[in-house]
Write a protein that binds this ligand. Sequence first.
Ligand code: DX5
Ligand code: ZN
Length: 218
Amino acid sequence: TAKTIIAPSVLSSDFSRLGDEVESVARAGADWIHLDVMDGHFVPNITFGPPVIKAIRDRTDKVFDCHLMIAPADPYLAAFADAGCDIITVHAEAGPHLDRSLQAIRNLGKKAGVSLNPSTPESVIEYVLDRLDLVLLMTVNPGFGGQAFISAVIDKVRRVKALVGQRPIDIEIDGGVTPETAPLVTAAGANVLVAGSAVFKGGAEAAYRANIGAIRQA
Ligand code: DX5
Ligand code: ZN
């Protein structure tokens, strides 16, 4: 089976040195860079948007994995594409027209993802499977880094894996990923792991390398 992709979330990095942090974590072994965009409306926190993503885009060649926690998302998809996001993931709960949002992302030439909150059933992806490149299953309630992993979602990972079947769709886990929880979700079928606090603890590149290594080994 293919190697697990590790996508550090810069939400837990030092925002005053965001470009340098992206470079450090890329050198330290990150596969993708996970970008948590929050609007203070869909989730109770505000982070950053397209101008900030554009500003750090030239710091690395790594895939920019953009997790939009915004509602509505559709009016901003082109701006995130222009900013240099490679994968754009919208929340199923953030709007009434998931099929339209996914078509719009692919029409912009980007990979399309859907994210599900912990309480959202996997059945919402059943009729959009052919429009999807990635399913992001939240193992915390979105909004903040450093929260505890919600283990009820492990069963949903298995169910999504079964729904996806042989399609080339990544299954990504976000929230509370540590060396302890990582094996639980990879065993259930996940192949992309987002980790914020577990990667950026220690505050320096050597620590990031050790932290990514610990997750990879687990
Ligand atoms: C939460 C974000 C996550 C978050 C994960 O709303 O989507 O990407 O940064 O942080 P940890 O790994 O600390 O749970
Ligand atoms: Zn995220």
